[in-house]
Design a protein around this ligand. Structure first.
Ligand SMILES: *Cc1c(COP(=O)(O)O)cnc(C)c1O
Length: 372
């Protein structure tokens, strides 16, 4: 083969997802492991979503409703926006891709906090634009620094709120101050994949700026609090004109019929939503307490996951935890060589996590030599 591939495609490092449980169990010869690595819902999928999906299966010979007519209307009503503000995606990942495809071209710049969600970088590069990284300040997105990096080439700014992998939020006053200084030809993307878990009332919500006239896009997903990560459904909320542009390139059946049926039913599953919230919040309080008892430093979060400073190589800790059947995420590739990220599980899983981390941390560190 002698294929010509654009340099910007070659510059992309493929997204490395958490390995499937089955794969890790095979590799390490373990069983009954628990996965606390991908911020998934520990309670499983919304039961009402499952029921609706089963009912919708009989119609799988039909193409999906290409515009998601009923589902979009229901979402719009719930959010208090117009259906014309909503763009459905095969996961919110796909909406990120549509945004960069429509609004970025080679030569343009997009500003990304670092570390943050890896899909922004991939999508920006995919469209030949240049990612400009702005490091976090004390684990939070640094709006002041972002402002200083804006140039005449800047076309998009990604803000992950709360931020993955740090769990920190943007506060209203600081954000509004920031927004006021941003030229109106720059798209501001607020990724709210975890917004439902936030307990701090001062957290920015993108919907509050939908009518501002500024190109502010809010991304939401059914993958986290609704427990539907495998179904692949998310959406963006944006000014009508922008939604119209995205819909020009959106594949007509990107939100499949089971996804539309399941997500639509999940919106009504108040009980599951509340149960998930209390599981996460009680789980966080439990884990914080236990980590304090063990003497491990952690970083409080507004999401269903958080960082722990394990004070040794996070890759080694990842492996040692795995041998005990607990899958966590090493933060080495995110630039935190001694941090792991863990999401809240069921109480049983949280207890197993604490036992495993206690064992791993107490294991003597090879790198520390006894004093001579
Ligand atoms: C999980 C996650 C998403 C959701 O992606 P989907 O494609 O909807 O599953 C988006 N953004 C961030 C920051 C996430 O962590």
């Amino acid at each position: 083969m002698n294929l010509s591939v654009p340099d910007y495609i070659l510059s992309i490092s493929p997204y490395v997802p958490g390995k499937p449980i089955e794969e890790l169990e095979r590799e390490y010869g373990i069983r009954n492991s628990i996965k606390l690595a991908s911020n998934e819902n520990p309670l499983g999928p919304s039961p009402m979503a499952l029921k609706a999906i089963q009912e919708a299966m009989g119609k799988l010979h039909r193409y999906p409703d290409g515009s998601g007519y009923y589902f979009v209307r229901k979402l719009a009503e719930k959010l208090g926006v117009s259906p014309a503000n909503i763009v459905l995606g095969n996961g919110s990942d796909e909406v990120i891709g549509m945004l960069t495809r429509v609004f970025l071209q080679p030569g343009d710049e997009a500003i990304l906090p670092q570390p943050s969600f890896l899909m922004y970088d991939i999508s920006v590069r995919c469209d030949g634009a240049t990612p400009i990284y702005v490091p976090l300040e004390s684990l939070s997105i640094d709006l002041d620094s972002i402002k200083t990096r804006i140039s005449s080439k800047t076309r998009m700014i990604f803000l992950c709120n709360p931020n993955n992998p740090t769990g920190t939020i943007l506060k209203k006053k600081a954000f509004e101050h920031f927004l006021a200084d941003i030229p109106w030809d720059i798209v501001i993307v607020l990724d709210e994949a975890y917004i439902e878990f936030v307990r701090d009332h001062d957290c920015v919500r993108g919907l509050d700026y939908l009518a501002s006239g500024q190109p502010v896009v809010t991304l939401r997903t059914f993958s986290k609090i609704y427990g539907l990560a495998g179904l692949r459904i998310g959406y963006g909320i944006m000014p009508e004109k922008m939604a119209g542009l995205l819909n020009r390139i959106r594949m007509p059946f990107n939100a499949n019929s089971l996804a539309q049926a399941g997500a639509s039913a999940a919106l009504d599953d108040y009980e599951f939503f509340q149960k998930t919230l209390s599981t996460i919040h009680e789980g966080l309080d439990f884990l914080y307490g236990e980590l304090e008892r063990i003497g491990l430093e952690y970083f409080p979060t507004q999401t269903n996951f958080f960082l722990i400073d394990v004070k040794k190589n996070a890759g080694d800790v990842f492996e040692d935890m795995l041998k005990q059947g607990v899958i966590v995420r090493s933060m080495i590739s995110y630039g935190f060589p001694e941090y792991i990220r863990v999401n809240v599980g069921t109480h049983e899983e949280n207890v197993r996590f604490i036992k495993a981390i206690e064992n791993v941390i107490q294991k003597p560190d090879d790198r520390i030599f006894p004093e001579c």
